[in-house]
Design a protein around this ligand. Structure first.
Ligand SMILES: [Mg+2]
Length: 365
């Protein structure tokens, strides 16, 4: 069960936002989906699939996997997942404990867990301590439209699809107002602003958003690691705060929790250090009394890994389903369509699904 080969498969896939709008395409000028898939093969014939965070950094992450990760793990026992994760983090610490290096480690870790499930002959959630598939409620994570009519239209569409909670990526009051009008008063609305404000600006916006009964305000302050400012904002506005998609490793989450900076912790399995590190963060959430709320705007192994983790972790929060439609489903099926606003983990061994080879061929860069 030695790791025999590691192949990096980069994909670019167009997606639809579900609405036509000329000009501004929203935050980060995000126009296509990047995938940095990691295919790990063992000498006894097992294949595992991983997913390293790669939105707008795909090439850098791919190079990190090829040149910093692969040479260190070829020939290792694929079952030494936690040990390999620990060693990679130690050996690569000088390149930074956040960013490209950790994204690459995360991708490998997910692939090794996929292999472990396949070798054990069970779906990953069983290996992680779960027993039966349960429905995990999802929330629709809308794009940023910067247009009140489009926001209202998308909110109604999400409700029609069965979502019972909806997250906006709007940063202005009129769009949030339009969303609340469209949603009515019983649908939880969250607002994710992606770190635009100073602490003072964040305070005035948080107080303004309170009129719309927001379940959480996500990443209001720049830089994201200003945990003291988040903590002060929480206290002064009594607005619930979510953050964590821009944090890596359990140590960063521990600092966030010790600073009383968050109500909702949002580890991202393709960024934090994979399934191995995600589980440590879930434990911290339990110890510190913080609600886990995974960040999972993915359409590959990262989304599947989040589903399996959520099956196995008590009180695992809602699944984030980014509200865009990729041109094709990587698995050639309806994995990303919610049933009554919820998702279950696939029942196959390991991550439970294998990427469609035709899709890989069509979208490979
Ligand atoms: Mg976010």
């Amino acid at each position: 069960m030695e790791i025999k080969n590691i192949e990096v498969i980069e994909l670019e896939m167009p997606f639809s936002r579900g609405v036509e709008k000329k000009g501004n395409v929203g935050f980060l000028n995000w126009g296509k989906l990047d995938f940095c898939l990691i295919k790990v093969e063992t000498d006894d014939g097992f294949i595992g699939w991983g997913d390293a965070f790669s939105f707008q950094c795909r090439r850098s992450v791919a190079e990190a996997v090829k040149h910093m990760i692969a040479p260190r793990v070829i020939g290792r026992n694929a079952g030494d997942i936690v040990q390999i994760n620990h060693e990679l983090q130690q050996e690569l610490h000088l390149f930074g404990r956040y960013g490209i290096t950790m994204f690459a480690i995360s991708g490998l870790d997910i692939a090794l867990w996929d292999i472990a499930g396949k070798r054990a002959g069970v779906p990953l959630y069983k290996l992680l301590g779960g027993s039966t598939i349960r429905s995990i409620p999802a929330y629709a994570s809308l794009f940023r439209y910067e247009d009140c009519d489009l926001v209202a239209d998308r909110v109604r569409h999400a409700m029609d699809l069965g979502y019972e909670s909806i997250k906006l990526h709007e940063i202005n009051i009129p769009e949030v107002h339009a969303a609340r009008e469209a949603a009515g008063h019983s649908v939880p609305l969250m607002v994710d602003v992606n770190c635009p404000w100073t602490p003072e600006e964040a305070k005035s916006m948080a107080l303004a958003f309170k009129a719309y009964d927001i379940l959480w305000l996500e990443e209001p302050i720049n830089p994201p690691e200003n945990f003291q400012a988040l903590s002060k904002l929480r206290t002064e506005t009594e607005m619930a705060i979510a953050a964590g998609e821009n944090a890596c490793t359990s140590f960063e989450f521990k600092k966030m929790m010790e600073a009383n900076a968050i109500d909702y912790a949002q580890p991202s399995v393709t960024k934090v250090g994979g399934i191995t590190e995600f589980r440590k963060i879930a434990t911290l959430c339990e110890v510190y009394g913080v609600q886990l709320m995974p960040h999972s705007p993915y359409f590959g192994p990262g989304f599947l890994a989040t589903l399996h983790l959520s099956q196995a972790i008590p009180n695992s929060g809602m699944i984030e389903r980014i509200f865009i439609e990729p041109e094709t489903n990587l698995y050639g099926n309806s994995t990303y369509d919610p049933v009554n606003g919820a998702f279950g983990a696939p029942g196959g061994n390991g991550l439970g699904l294998e990427p469609d080879t035709d899709v890989l061929k069509t979208y490979r860069v």
